[in-house]
Design a protein around this ligand. Structure first.
Ligand code: ATP
Length: 267
């Protein structure tokens, strides 16, 4: 039997503030600190070193002064995440203005941002690199981005950009103001005609993915965003796998609350 990798339904979507101004308070301090982390003194490499169980402090290697800058090896804390998460100049991050917190998922925090260069609003998922390494999800995290780059479907949430900073990975996509779960929680019950349409769109998306050999493995209402015309946008490819023809996956995974009893028992 394969490994078991379950998520608890623990993310919450934050109600959209009435005005899109600066948000204050303890919650805001939490996500604003994500931004501050980018320029802190302790390097990510030091954290990785400690994670690997080394007791002695990480000492800088002697500088080889004759080497030109382009020949310097890329630190492991950066190279591990390449090429899916390229380095971007800090200028790129400075072009983004945080408008609010969208949701806190089990892996990352999703922010609503304004890209001042493109003059457009996006959703930005911010994932701490340390968390990826601690949870041993590096391969999965890179696969999420590479799968999202390959796919192009009107009912799938496509990737805008992905990059890395010193301590965080950034995944930027178009912003949608609601998801199916929030809508269902607000209205209580969907009319039958809407359920039929949602189901039909979802089946089309899953057929498209399966034809490409991609399994999503975390289909749930929270991961189905809705565009302004009410059409689905399937998101969160964080547990997806791309399988070669005829292969199958053995890991039991998903979100506990949405899994069948046999899967939970490992049967
Ligand atoms: N582009 C977007 N626009 C608006 N909301 C979004 C967008 N992307 C994600 N969200 C919201 O943020 C939530 C968390 O995002 P995502 O599922 O990618 O993170 P996660 O850490 O993998 O979460 P989890 O594993 O708990 O589902 C989504 O379920 C959705 O409600």
């Amino acid at each position: 039997m394969g490994a078991v990798s379950c998520r608890q339904r623990q993310h919450f979507r934050v109600p959209t503030p009435r005005k899109c101004g600066n948000i204050q308070g303890p919650l805001a301090r939490g996500w604003k600190s994500l931004w501050c982390g980018v320029g802190t003194i302790r390097s990510g490499l030091e954290e990785l070193w400690e994670l690997q169980g080394h007791q002695e402090p990480l000492r800088p290697a002697p500088l080889l002064l004759e080497k030109t800058l382009s020949e310097w090896p890329v630190p492991q804390f950066i190279s591990l995440f390449l090429p899916e998460f390229p380095m971007r100049p800090v200028r790129r991050q400075q072009q983004l203005k945080i408008l609010g917190l969208v949701a806190k998922g089990s892996f990352g925090t999703v922010l609503k941002v304004l890209d001042c260069a493109q003059k457009a609003v996006f959703a930005l998922k911010v994932v701490p690199k340390v968390k990826v390494l601690q949870r041993d999800t590096l391969r999965q995290c890179k696969e999420e981005v590479s799968i999202q780059r390959q796919i192009n479907h009107p009912f799938i949430h496509s990737l805008g950009d992905s990059w890395q900073g010193k301590r965080h990975l950034f995944i930027m996509c178009s912003y949608y103001c609601t998801d199916l779960y929030s809508l269902w929680a607000a209205v209580g019950c969907f009319p039958e005609a809407s359920v039929r349409l949602f189901a039909a769109e979802l089946v089309l998306v899953l057929c498209y993915l399966h034809d490409l050999g991609i399994i999503h493995r975390d289909v749930k209402m929270e991961n189905i965003l809705l565009d302004d015309r009410g059409h689905l946008k399937l998101t969160d490819f964080g547990l997806s796998r791309h399988l070669p023809q005829g292969a199958r996956a053995y890991t039991i995974c998903g979100t506990l609350q949405y899994m069948g009893e046999r899967a939970k028992d490992g049967g």
